[in-house]
Write a protein that binds this ligand. Structure first.
Ligand code: MN
Length: 303
């Protein structure tokens, strides 16, 4: 294989971190974001790689009703099917290649369930995007995109979940300048044009990828920093990656449990409202049990 083309200044500041093992619902996950010293990439503030694990018709992700404020949830599957239900009345099965995007705003609740039909492996990513001041107290919303723009680039396919990449633009809502894309690669070299005023990260879901001299294994996040105008990825075999990027998020956030806020008081208020069954988080029927909030720590760090 020939050496990759000049990998841009972005790769010189590369920070690679292994995802942290955690459990969500019934699933083992690798949490790529947030991590110590790197709370956000653009407005992206959370990234779990879920599975692969087996699900049945009646037992899936099994994340019971729980609340969110101040963020968007982005659900993207590599394999399998899952059912999203929320307090807006949405009931949406998601499959690979499709995007579920829920905007929490002032408050929403949802669950992630088995579909009642699908049995087999389930693998995917659950991400959050922090909402800016202009929309974070606004209404909740839900979008399902059954198809997203995709284009053959370099050694594979780029599918644009949110924002614009490789000349393709996703129809999904975003409240700040942002990009999220799936890169489905075989062995080879893939170069992508980046915005030098944005910061970026690559999350490796399957296989591994080389950026400059660094090898980034599955389950890891490579932070590329700011100021690069291009990215060269070298793959020795099949790999599946997410590229996340955006304008550095200008607001300081306080993230706790399922909430993205600005202060501890705000978090404590949202927790109280959830525990009280307040109208703010709505209501919907789910076969799964509602998830109670843990106690809020006395001190919550800003990012
Ligand atoms: Mn959730």
């Amino acid at each position: 294989m020939s050496p990759p083309p000049d990998a841009s200044s972005a790769a010189e500041d590369l920070e690679v971190t292994a995802g942290r093992a955690a459990t969500v619902g019934r699933f083992d996950v690798r949490r790529a974001l947030p991590r110590r010293g790197r709370r956000t990439v653009g407005a992206w503030c959370f990234c779990d790689l879920m599975g692969p694990a087996g699900v049945t018709e009646q037992s899936g992700l099994d994340i019971g009703p729980h609340p969110h404020i101040g963020l968007q949830t982005v659900t993207w599957l590599l394999e399998g099917e899952a059912l999203h239900r929320d307090s807006l009345g949405s009931e949406q099965v998601i499959r690979p290649g499709q995007l579920n995007l829920m905007t929490a705003g002032h408050g929403v609740s949802h669950s992630e369930e088995a579909t009642g039909r699908y049995r087999g492996p389930l693998e995917g990513a659950q991400l959050w995007v922090a909402q800016p001041a202009s929309t974070r107290d606004g209404p909740a919303a839900f979008e399902h995109h059954g198809q997203l723009p995709a284009v053959a680039t370099g050694a594979g396919m780029v599918t644009v979940l949110i924002g614009e990449l490789a000349g393709e633009i996703s129809p999904a809502r975003h409240d700040t300048p942002l990009v999220g894309a799936d890169l489905d690669l075989r062995a080879g070299i893939t170069t992508l044009e980046l915005n030098p005023r944005w910061e970026y990260a690559v999350v490796v879901a399957r296989g591994s990828v080389e950026i400059g001299p660094a090898v980034i294994p599955a389950g890891s996040l490579a932070y590329l920093g700011l100021g690069g105008d291009g990215l060269a990825l070298r793959t020795a075999g099949a790999a599946r990656l997410l590229l996340l990027g955006g304008e550095p998020f200008a607001e300081e956030i306080v993230m706790w449990w399922n909430f993205v806020a600005r202060t501890r008081d705000e978090v404590a208020g949202a927790r109280r409202d959830w525990e009280a069954g307040a109208e703010r988080f709505g209501r919907f029927d789910s076969p799964l049990a509602r998830i109670p909030a843990p106690a809020v720590p006395d001190v919550l760090g800003r990012r």
